[in-house]
Structure formats: C-alpha cells, structure tokens
Design a protein around this ligand. Structure first.
Ligand code: AMP
Ligand code: MN
Ligand code: MN
Ligand code: MN
Length: 278
C-alpha cells in the first residue's frame, strides 16, 4: 500500500513531518508522498527521517488554480530536486498571495465581530497559514462550535468573509509544473461541481492543457466515482494516482493509507506507472 496525497503541519495537517514518517512506517506504507499546500518545507524536513526509517519518500506539492472561474487544486510530483529556480520563485509568489489573502481575511473577520489576529495564527513560527488554521482558532476562541461551522458561516467560498486568493490559471500552473520537470495530476475530481458529462468535457480540456494524471483513488470518492474516474483516465490517456489526503487530527476521519473506513488501498503499481512517464 502507498499514499501519494498527505499533508504535514507545515501546511494544514496536524502531524509534524517526523510524525508523519513515523505513522507511515508504523502502518507499513511502501511509499509516501508529502503534498503540502504551496510549500516543500514538510518534505525537506521529512527526508532525513524517511532515510533513517528506510521509507520511500516522494516530493509533491498541492496548488490552487483558477479553472472556469472556480478554484481547482492541482498536484505535482517528480519535480526536479532541488526545484528549479523559476519554479521556486513561482511558489514564493503564491505564498505571498496567500499572506495577503490572510491579512484581508483577518480584517474581514474582525469587521464581522469575530476578531482573529495573524499573531494568534502564527504561533510556533508557522510560515504557511491556511483557512483550516483560521477555523481551528475560531473554535478555540469560542466563536463557533466546529470547523464546519467556521467554514459554513465565515470561510467557505460561499460564506460571509471569503476572500479570494490570487490564483494562477489551471493552464499556467500545468505549464509551470511541466517546465519544472513535474507531473501535473488533478486531485479529488469529485470536488469539481459539474455533471458527469460536463466533468468529462473539463477533463478533456485539462488534458489538452497538459494535464498528465488524475487522482482516481481518494478518501472522498465513492466506489462509483472511482470507477468513473478510472474510465476517464483510460479514455483520455491520463495516469492514475491515489492518496488519502491525510491531514491528521485536522481531518480526523481520514486515516493515512487506508482513508475513511478503510476505503483505500493504493497498490505500489500505481507509483510504478506514474514513474514510467518520467
Ligand atoms: P486555503 O488554502 O487557505 O484557501 O485553505 C484551503 C483548505 O481549506 C483546503 O485544502 C481544505 O483543507 C480546507 N477547506 C476548504 N473548504 C472547506 C470547507 N467547506 N470545510 C472544511 N474545510 C475546507
Ligand atoms: Mn488541506
Ligand atoms: Mn485539495
Ligand atoms: Mn490535499
């Protein structure tokens, strides 16, 4: 079993890179990819621990892009190591856009009567702050009862205080990833709000933009969705990927490797097939 989609506390997961490697080793994963949002710091920190544990560790990253007016995530694997200077600069520009978004979001929350400050969010010298950190703080401060309530009332795209982040277009992001030697993969296609027919149209277009893989196996996919995405992968000659999207206690239902209620078991062959492209 492998897991190609996980987060550490260098983005919005709760496990430190060392703890994540520990958990992967404990459950006997054959390979682990760290795919933090907008940062390689978690992967960099995990490397020596993985080497010591004899765990195969892959570098990945998860980015947010704009596709037809909506935010669509994109995973990248197999980037040159260390990442090319141009790619690193591009990532830094996204971190800057995120910081600016966070400032605006904090201001909007204050105006809405639920004040949070960036200082409160930045405890432990964390560099990357994502909306789940806002949600956790709002729970701690007693403004809301749960993360879900924080998103529903304040943080979700449809909620009162939402601040859009400057995101690269899907096509631009795919180009940057490929220029950096990476393999662009569409994660959790079920998050794209579209009918199956529309989704197929989107996937065909994304393929023509340079997308090379699709996450067929994901904790949030039903067996029917998994089958549908596998069929799309075959039809559009996309590589198949899979992972739990583990976030530790930040998403307590999702277990590393095995997903929700053991609905995942991604075989090593998936990684071999992905690698065959590179
Ligand atoms: P950010 O990158 O700061 O915009 O935060 C995005 C992250 O927030 C996603 O990766 C999810 O983990 C989480 N998220 C987004 N929308 C929701 C939602 N409605 N409920 C719970 N978590 C969400
Ligand atoms: Mn996340
Ligand atoms: Mn995602
Ligand atoms: Mn993710």
């Amino acid at each position: 079993m492998i897991d190609l989609h996980t987060h550490t506390n260098e983005s919005d997961g709760s496990f430190s890179p060392e703890q994540l490697v520990g958990e992967a080793t404990r459950i006997g994963l054959e390979a682990l990819a760290i795919t933090d949002h907008d940062t390689f710091t978690g992967y960099d920190q995990a490397r020596p621990h993985a080497a010591r544990a004899g765990l195969e560790l892959l570098c990945g990253i998860e980015l947010a892009t704009k596709y037809r007016g909506s935010s669509v995530h994109l995973l990248a694997y197999f980037l040159t190591n260390p990442p090319a200077a141009a790619f690193r600069e591009w990532i830094v520009s996204m971190q800057t856009a995120r910081r600016e978004r966070n400032q605006e979001l904090a201001a909007k929350l204050c105006a809405a009567g639920v004040p949070v400050t960036l200082d409160e969010l930045g405890v432990r010298g964390r560099k990357l702050i994502a909306r789940p950190h806002f949600a956790a703080l709002m729970v701690r401060k007693g403004y809301v009862k749960s993360t879900e309530e924080a998103f529903d009332k304040y943080l979700d795209e449809s909620a009162a205080c939402y601040v859009p982040r400057e995101e690269p277009s899907f096509e631009e992001a795919v180009s940057h990833i490929r220029a950096g030697g990476g393999l662009p993969v569409l994660p959790h296609p079920n998050r794209i709000r579209a009918s199956p027919t529309k989704l197929e149209e989107f996937i065909a277009e994304m393929r023509s933009m340079g997308l090379e893989g699709i996450e067929v196996y994901h904790s949030d996919h039903s067996p029917e969705q998994t089958q549908f995405y596998a069929a799309l992968a075959r039809k559009y000659d996309l590589k198949i990927s899979g992972g739990s999207d583990f976030h530790g206690t930040a998403k307590p239902r999702v277990a590393l490797g095995t997903g929700i209620g053991e609905n995942l078991n991604v075989p090593y062959r998936v990684l071999e097939d992905l690698r065959a492209l590179r």
